[in-house]
Design a protein around this ligand. Structure first.
Ligand code: AMP
Length: 282
């Protein structure tokens, strides 16, 4: 497995793949890898001859007072996991490699980028869209893999790729969960034991909405309310949002016609937790 830090070496590696006609799958991450990230790598390996994972804690997607400085950095463990997973290369750039001095350009996907998590974290999605655009241009993969765990991010990247006619395919990979339903996240390590128990309410809340949807409830506000009740019953009262939206575009609807997605963002202890579920009738 090759570890690549600079643009020139990356270029060289990618040119080698291109010369051999190898399809390259790309998995962008911020490191602190867990089984969720590894399922993206597995998917990439199934579909592509070569897999490259980037590890870059992107400063521009963190707001002031957020956890950029404390975000877990566990490179050695990440490298071992990726080696075992059969990854071909890690792109591990410094900040200056991604953002050389003097840069002026950003990517804004609006209004989607200002809604939901974008409302609670101003500038976050502009940082995400910009870094993903730069990474795509540096890596030039045929396919990129994103977790459905970050559903708004996945939707936003697909929108960007469509709008800017970028020549690659974006694949969404299902969320990997703990036994009690909590979605794996690098930020779960911020939770105390008691908070960790509380956090399992997110999955129960989404399932409550799912039950109501199956019983015929089609008013998004009622579905949101049923999930919100589960969170409150479990003592989670710092709720950024509980939203039922159209699953393709994340647009708001008065009444549900196609299966929607429920999205939740809450604060538990020091962690901000997000999760979502596409509701189905069967
Ligand atoms: P991050 O390192 O948090 O930026 O995540 C990198 C990629 O892994 C993103 O596309 C995430 O959506 C994805 N991811 C994170 N957690 C999970 C999970 N539990 N299941 C599936 N994918 C995940």
């Amino acid at each position: 497995m090759k570890i690549i830090a600079d643009r020139q070496t990356l270029n060289h590696w990618m040119n080698g793949c291109a010369k051999e006609g190898e399809r390259v799958g790309f998995v962008p991450t911020m490191g602190a890898l867990h089984a969720g990230h590894l399922s993206l790598v597995r998917e990439a390996r199934k579909q592509c001859r070569r897999t490259i994972v980037s590890i870059f804690v992107n400063p521009t997607q963190f707001g002031p007072g957020e956890d950029f400085g404390h975000y877990p950095r566990t490179f050695e463990a990440d490298r071992d996991l990726l080696e075992k997973a059969g990854c071909d290369a890690i792109f591990l750039p410094e900040v200056e490699t991604i953002y050389p001095p003097g840069g002026q350009t950003v990517v804004a996907v609006e209004p989607l980028g200002s809604q939901l998590c974008g409302a609670a974290r101003p500038g976050h999605f502009q940082g995400v869209a910009t870094v993903v655009m730069i990474l795509f241009n540096l890596v030039r993969p045929q396919v990129a893999y994103f977790g459905l765990k970050d559903y708004q991010q996945y939707t936003l990247i697909r929108q960007m790729v469509r709008d800017l006619a970028m020549p690659l395919e974006v694949v969404g990979v299902p969320t990997v969960r703990e036994r009690d339903g909590l979605a794996l996240s690098s930020r779960n390590r911020y939770l105390t034991e008691a908070e960790r128990l509380q956090a399992s309410a997110l999955f129960r809340a989404m399932n409550r909405a799912q039950d109501h949807y199956r019983k015929g409830e089609s008013d998004p506000r009622q579905l949101e309310q049923s999930a919100r009740e589960v969170l409150l019953e479990s003592g989670i009262d710092r709720i950024d949002y509980v939203a039922v939206r159209e699953a393709e575009t994340l647009q708001e609807r008065e009444c549900i016609e196609t299966p929607p997605v429920i999205l939740i963002a809450v604060r538990v202890g020091k962690a901000r937790l997000i999760d979502n579920m596409v509701l189905s009738l069967y």
